[in-house]
Design a protein around this ligand. Structure first.
Ligand code: GLY
Ligand code: MN
Ligand code: MN
Length: 431
């Protein structure tokens, strides 16, 4: 048995123990988690690509199979109703034989009807996590139940960390080839294909749409259009692209240039990003880290002469409009970004940033992204021009930098009592 497999057994046993105690406390007899159901395009008979409910992947990496149900009852081997239809139109996935299967009582089912017949016979009070479907006799997505798992999903087990390490390793490998394609003056589309080729995956298997942005496209925060023709000049390259392993994701951004004027900015941002990663200590408030990031962006703007004066943090908002990061795991924007307990009490954002989405205090075993940015976004620059603070800006300098789009540097960081571990930089070094 390889390492990750034995770590999985410990992960599952711990999850079973915690869930058993929780169910007892809530006077529940069991838990059902559905993988989900196929959905279709509007007015069409083509299904949307299916992804399994991440709450189920927390228990086992079953893959993307609809109509499966996990049933957990205290003291019993968990059951998995595994969808295995008679179907000659599609390839039916063979019954799984991977390491995790041996921990479950696997029951192949032909259809939803067979599953509901089985589920309706369960005795006692069950709670259910998953997409709603009439005919299921359970309370659905109870707030307390979800928060219990949301909180525990934040504290990564050794198995989950091994998966996240692997997801980072894969992303680093593909990032390196994408960078070579950029140096080769390829188009965005070709660079994107190089990324997919390296991982030998289809686009749909990515954890999120790759952002592959050359030049001014780096200023479009969620850019994923991929121009097929290479630009006449490659000023800069921003790549935000991840990978997945056993349902766990990496989320990684790098910014490159070969032009010194912009490289100075990239180097300053890289230094600031690493300082922010160093601050990811147990007990650090994410809201404070976000404020710190804005201060650093303000300092960079001042150091390179983009701004001549004015309140740095106020100015930084026009160049850094998103949050510093988010929890990462079975979802790219993982659950639990605002909570520090199983009850789900939300930590309010700092007054300076009322829209901040990640506000939690960092705890042992959390994995978060740290992704400060600095962009030249026309719409925000127009706003800044109208703001009295606009008079502090060196607009000629800004005009000259627009061709580079922007910078983001994003790493995945494990929070540890002994100090943070940068999973992404380790992965780049190992590759
Ligand atoms: N790639 C998504 C994000 O950085 O949050
Ligand atoms: Mn991110
Ligand atoms: Mn990202």
């Amino acid at each position: 048995m390889n390492d990750i497999n034995s770590l999985y057994i410990n992960h599952l046993n711990d999850l079973k123990n915690k869930t058993e105690n929780f169910l007892q406390e809530k006077k529940l007899d069991g838990l059902v988690i559905a993988s989900g159901f196929l959905d279709y395009y509007q007015f069409d008979d083509h299904p949307l690509y299916f992804k399994t409910n991440p709450y189920l992947n927390h228990w086992a990496p079953i893959g993307n199979i609809p109509n499966c149900f996990l049933i957990f009852r205290a003291g019993k081997v968990p059951e998995l109703l595994y969808y295995h239809p008679d179907d000659f139109w599609h390839k039916v996935a063979p019954l799984p034989e991977e390491f995790w299967v041996f921990e479950f009582d696997l029951k192949p089912i032909k259809d939803f009807k067979e599953a509901t017949t089985y589920l309706k016979k369960l005795k006692g009070k069950f709670t259910y996590i998953g997409a709603e479907k009439s005919d299921l006799p359970f309370e659905v997505n109870n707030y307390e139940v979800l928060n219990f798992f949301n909180y525990h999903r934040g504290q990564k087990s050794s198995y989950e960390l091994a998966c996240l390490e692997k997801a980072n390793y894969l992303a680093a490998m593909a990032h390196k080839n994408a960078y070579l394609a950029y140096l080769d003056k390829k188009s965005e589309f070709s660079i994107h294909k190089e990324y997919l080729n390296t991982l030998e995956i289809r686009e749909i298997e990515l954890p999120y749409n790759n952002i592959i942005a050359l030049n001014e496209n780096g200023a479009i925060l969620h850019y994923s259009d991929y121009e097929k023709i290479a630009p006449p000049v490659h000023h800069s390259f921003l790549i935000d692209a991840g990978a997945s392993y056993n349902g766990y994701h990496s989320d990684v951004t790098r910014t490159y240039t070969e032009i010194e004027e912009f490289q100075i900015l990239v180097d300053l941002m890289n230094k600031a990003q690493m300082q922010l990663v160093d601050e990811c200590k147990v007990g650090a408030k994410f809201g404070d880290l976000h404020i710190m990031a804005n201060e650093k962006v303000g300092e960079i703007l001042s150091e390179v002469g983009i701004i001549n004066g004015g309140p740095k943090m106020e100015m930084a908002r026009y160049f850094f409009p998103h949050g510093l990061g988010h929890p990462l795991g079975l979802q790219v924007h993982d659950v639990g970004s605002k909570i520090n307990d199983v009850k789900g009490e939300e930590i309010p954002p700092p007054i300076e940033f009322p829209n901040l989405r990640c506000t939690k205090t960092l705890e042992e075993g959390n994995v978060i992204t740290i992704e400060p940015g600095l962009y030249f976004i026309d719409l925000l620059l127009e706003d800044l021009k109208k703001d009295p603070l606009g008079k502090e800006v060196n607009w000629d300098k800004v005009e000259g930098l627009k061709r580079f789009g922007g910078i983001r540097i994003e790493d995945d960081v494990l929070v540890r009592q002994a100090g943070p571990i940068n999973l992404t930089r380790h992965a780049f070094e190992k590759n």
